[in-house]
Write a protein that binds this ligand. Structure first.
Ligand code: ZN
Length: 260
């Protein structure tokens, strides 16, 4: 079986505190070849970099999520640039827009830190990992304006939006949502994304696929996502894994180092 690459996980999350190192150690024997652990605040970005240094099969992304803007400041923002130079740091993210929560950060504040990170990523020629929740219009506007390289992760827009994201040169990340009952929209997206622009992700510990829904997620459960996507796209699971793994290495070229 072709090995799995998980393009979006959060192994620094407290849900892994009890068994983090043992779980990560067990991933290769569960057919997981590589996993990207994404920072979402300055604190978790620092932890992601440290974790990636402890494990050859873990890579990191550094950035601030629109729902976690508490610890980023004008003073410490420059740390992202220093981390980005690290061999194990392959992307800036996750960054983006989240308009889901009424008591979330003001949209102007989200946009401010998003634009700073997009400028940094473009300047460093690094891919980004974009989080878009209930902010599809502004997401497309900002992607059109900045034209970053990267992926819209946990993609929740329409099939039409997915086609536009692909036209803009980006990848589409799909995860557990495609396995949920009533997964009409994610399945429509799964059907239209070109084979060379689709990547798999867990977003673990969140978003566990059926039949593990409601429990803690981890990268090995990506097989359930691959099975649904292979069925929708009319390809074998083996081919889907081979293609999406190849895509992940195109999307995050620094992951190719040391992968023979
Ligand atoms: Zn995430």
């Amino acid at each position: 079986m072709t090995a799995i690459i998980d393009t979006h996980a959060h192994y620094t999350d407290e849900a892994f505190d009890a068994d983090r190192e043992a779980l990560i150690a067990s991933l290769p024997e569960k057919n997981v070849r590589l996993a990207l652990t994404a920072g979402s605040s300055m604190k978790s970005s620092a932890e992601a970099v440290a974790l990636a240094h402890r494990w050859p099969h873990i890579y990191a992304a550094v950035g601030v999520h629109p729902g976690e803007l508490d610890d980023v400041t004008e003073e410490n923002f420059g740390q992202l640039r220093l981390w980005a130079a690290d061999d194990k740091v392959v992307a800036i993210g996750e960054l983006g827009l989240d308009y889901h929560y009424e008591d979330g950060f003001p949209h102007e504040q989200q946009m401010y830190w998003l634009e700073k990170q997009l400028k940094l990523a473009n300047e460093l020629d690094m891919p980004i990992i974009f989080h878009d929740r209930d902010a599809h219009g502004d997401t497309l506007d900002i992607l059109r304006q900045y034209r970053p390289k990267g992926v819209v992760h946990c993609f929740s827009g329409s099939a039409e939006m997915a086609e536009e994201v692909v036209r803009l040169g980006m990848y589409v990340g799909l995860g557990g949502a495609v396995t949920f009952k009533n997964a009409k929209k994610p399945l429509a997206v799964a059907a239209v994304v070109p084979a060379d622009r689709l990547v798999l992700e867990t977003d673990c510990p969140y978003m566990a696929p059926v039949p593990h829904r409601g429990h803690r997620n981890d990268s090995s459960l990506i097989i359930h996502i691959a099975e649904v996507l292979a069925a929708v796209r009319g390809v074998s699971v083996e081919d889907l894994l081979a293609q999406t793994s190849q895509n992940a290495l195109q999307l995050f070229p620094k992951m190719k180092k040391g992968q023979g």
